[in-house]
Every structure is written in C-alpha cells, then in structure tokens.
Design a protein around this ligand. Structure first.
Ligand SMILES: [Fe+2]
Length: 256
C-alpha cells in the first residue's frame, strides 16, 4: 500500500528523477572563487541597470555572501517568503520537466559552475546563471506567481503540441525581457542579468529592436538561443506584464 502511494507520487512528479544532491560541501575553493569573481564583476556591471526587485532579492537572499550559495540556505529564506524552492540538477532539463517544476514553485539550479578560463562561455546554464540570474526575482511575490503560472501554461501548451508558445512567452519575459521602471529602461530577464556581454548590449546597442511587451507579441516572436537577441520585448511596467501573463488562460495561449 505504501509502495503504491510512493509510486503514484513519483508518477505525478516525474521531475523528481532529475534532482540530484547539490553536494555543496564537495565544492572546491576554486569553484567558490569563480562564483565570487562572477558575482563581483556582474554586480558592478549591472549597477542600477536592473529592475529594483532584482537588487532587493540579491540583498534578501544574502547572495553577496562569499562562495556558491547552498540550496538549503537559499530555500530557508525563499520558501517562507514566496513558497518557491530551489533544487539541484546536473544540467538542462527537458521543457516538460522544467515547466512541471515551475508549476510547483520549484526552480532547478545547475550543480556546477563554469571554469575560470571560460567565464563567458556556457554550454548549459550553470549555478551562476540560475542562482544569480533567476532566484532574486523569485523572492518578489507577484513575479514569483507569474513564473509559476507560466509553468502551468507550459504544461498545457506541451500537451497540445504547442510548447513553443509557452517557451517564447518565458523567453521574452523571464529570460530575456527588458522592463521600464519609472520611465527608465532596465534589465528584467535572468539571461541578461547574468550575462557579462549581453547586459549592456541589450540596453544600449542601437541596431537591435526593442518592442513593447505583450503576451501576443511574445508568443509570436521567435528567439535565438545561440547568440545575442536581435530584438527584446520591453515590459512597460513589471506590474503590467505580471497582470497580463496571469490573466492568460491555457486556452487563451493556444488561441494566439
Ligand atoms: Fe535561465
């Protein structure tokens, strides 16, 4: 009986197969030093060019403490606040698994970090991208709820064989979105906030397109994952984008 209950639970949560121990205690001094180098460099680069809830999240989660954060320490702050928690994964997870995690307020973070001689080259998102780029915004209640909702939309879209619609919505908001804050253009997405090269590029390059964000535009705008984006969608305010995404139903997404 007990085994049957466990099996059912496992079937309902296929993402659990992708979770591994972070093994924080096994990280070498070099791993922590690479984190510290990336953290110091990125904080200086971003300055106030990123939305303020991101900077609030960095403080709240004490990400400036030296060394790679351990997932349990992060969760001790994050979970009571917004219900989100992080789990360690060995690399990219499939889209359906990723969206399933988001729908349950689980964010997967890589259990590895890039090497010092490849600070700007990533084959797969590492713990700096995941923890520095994504986790601060998950301490913001409304944004956290929007991210969970995208997870649900993603599962529905994949079930309807239209997963690309949810992937684009995610990409143009959570990963590579820009946002206006008190009239100023700021970085919103984790892919930009954690990137040394693309952070300033996204704000300053004169050749790229910057178009107002709407759910419809996001869903119908393809993206590049192999190079800098040729266009960015700009949330007119963070609150407006959160409200628009939260109002989107699975059927509404599929109809776009
Ligand atoms: Fe990401």
């Amino acid at each position: 009986m007990l085994q049957e209950t466990i099996d059912k639970d496992q079937a309902a949560r296929p993402w659990q197969d992708y979770v591994v121990p972070q093994r924080w205690e096994a990280f070498t001094a070099e791993v922590h030093a690479v984190w510290d180098l990336l953290f110091a460099r990125q904080v200086e680069l971003l300055g106030s060019r990123v939305v303020s809830p991101f900077l609030d999240g960095i403080d709240l989660l004490r990400l400036s403490h030296p060394g790679v954060p351990d997932v349990e320490g992060l969760n001790a702050i994050l979970e009571p606040r917004t219900g989100w928690r992080t789990v360690a994964v060995p690399g990219l997870v499939p889209d359906d698994i990723f969206f399933a995690m988001l729908s349950e307020r689980i964010f997967p973070v890589g259990n590895f970090i890039r090497t010092r001689d490849q600070l700007d080259y990533l084959e797969a998102p590492d713990c700096f991208h995941d923890m520095f780029g994504h986790i601060p915004m998950l301490a913001h209640h409304d944004y956290a709820e929007m991210t969970r909702h995208i997870g649900e939309l993603g599962l529905a879209a994949i079930a309807a064989d239209q997963g690309h619609k949810a992937a684009r919505l995610y990409w143009h908001s959570v990963e590579f979105g820009l946002a206006k804050e008190e009239g100023e253009l700021k970085i919103l997405g984790a892919g930009l906030a954690s990137s040394f090269g693309e952070a300033h590029f996204s704000l300053e390059n004169v050749a790229v397109e910057r178009l107002p964000f709407s759910v419809e535009r996001a869903v119908n705008t393809p993206y590049r994952h192999d190079t800098f984006q040729p266009r960015y969608l700009v949330s007119q305010t963070l609150e407006a984008t959160v409200a628009e995404v939260l109002a989107l139903t699975p059927d509404g997404l599929l109809a776009l």
